[in-house]
Design a protein around this ligand. Structure first.
Ligand code: HEM
Ligand code: HEM
Length: 228
């Protein structure tokens, strides 16, 4: 009889700490959003704001958090792998990645619907265009990873396309901190939280580059493996 594989590496306390941090990271922007939504409601805001703008912002806030998790789970690093094994991280990465993508796409579509209603056309200011560009790159990266089988993409090709995710996150940061309501309200909690994510993202990217360079140095000269 096969023994079921454990998702953690046998450090239950560390796992509880990680889940708690993740929950706090979710609770802060949602709380900020709820406070703003409450003011909107009391103000008697119009229907477009209530049923298009508010959901669009919530989808963006949660989708962006899940996108941040994608780097923590997708980039191999000793900190997270002390707590959860690689297989668990990748499984969660695939699931959360799909949810993140759907939420962010809905965010973009809802905001474009809002612009069509208010302005009668799509708007193309710099920060909106950055958002659109980010959404296009994200779509390419996620579709390649999600549908590599029906698209008949080789492992090397889909993984290379998937690297677009690295550009999407900083674009999302610039876009959201310049346009977003929640990052600019309250005590700037959401702004500081996003900045913290950007710092962690940057550390992970540096770690990834270091791992690639170290891997290339230690690889035998006749090796045909070219990892991305
Ligand atoms: C918000 C969406 C996503 C982002 C930002 C993202 C980002 C990343 C990043 C940065 C890596 C590490 C790549 C590297 O440096 O080698 C990675 C790996 C990976 N991603 Fe995603 N990802 C997302 C969604 C998805 C989805 C939806 C799937 C599959 C359905 C997926 C499957 C994978 C797999 C299997 C790997 C491991 C590749 C390997 O090392 O062999 N990702 N992802
Ligand atoms: C078609 C593409 C997109 C458009 C037109 C768009 C437009 C907007 C607009 C107008 C806002 C301000 C909403 C408000 O406060 O009233 C906003 C906020 C935001 N966007 Fe986007 N966006 C797009 C794609 C993206 C992408 C790809 C990401 C993530 C990578 C993203 C992340 C965010 C975040 C986190 C916010 C802050 C939400 C808030 O206001 O609290 N957006 N976006």
């Amino acid at each position: 009889m096969s023994v079921p594989k454990k998702s953690t590496t046998g450090k239950p306390f560390a796992a509880v700490v990680v889940y708690t941090i993740a929950l706090v990271m979710l609770a802060l922007p949602v709380y900020e959003w709820m406070s703003n939504a409450w003011w909107f409601y009391q103000d008697g805001s119009d229907r477009v704001m209530m049923f298009i703008n508010l959901p669009a912002r919530l989808f963006a806030l949660v989708g962006f958090l899940l996108m941040f998790f994608q780097f923590v789970l997708g980039i191999r690093n000793p900190v997270v792998e002390q707590v959860f094994n690689r297989a668990t991280n990748l499984k969660r990465h695939r699931t959360l990645g799909k949810i993140s993508f759907v939420l962010i796409m809905l965010h973009g579509l809802l905001i474009m619907t809002q612009d069509m209603i208010f302005a009668g056309r799509l708007l193309f200011d710099v920060y909106r265009v950055l958002g659109m560009l980010a959404l296009l790159l994200l779509t390419a990266g996620v579709v390649a990873a999600w549908f590599y089988k029906p698209l008949k993409l080789s492992r090397t090709v889909w993984r290379r396309i998937h690297l677009t995710g690295y550009i999407v996150f900083p674009l999302g940061f610039i876009h959201s901190t310049n346009l977003g309501t929640e990052p600019a309200t309250g005590r700037y909690t959401v702004y500081y939280l996003f900045s913290l994510w950007l710092v962690v993202y940057s550390i992970l990217v540096v770690w990834k580059l270091y791992s690639v360079v170290r891997g290339a140095r230690h690889r035998p000269c006749n090796s045909s493996e070219h990892g991305v």
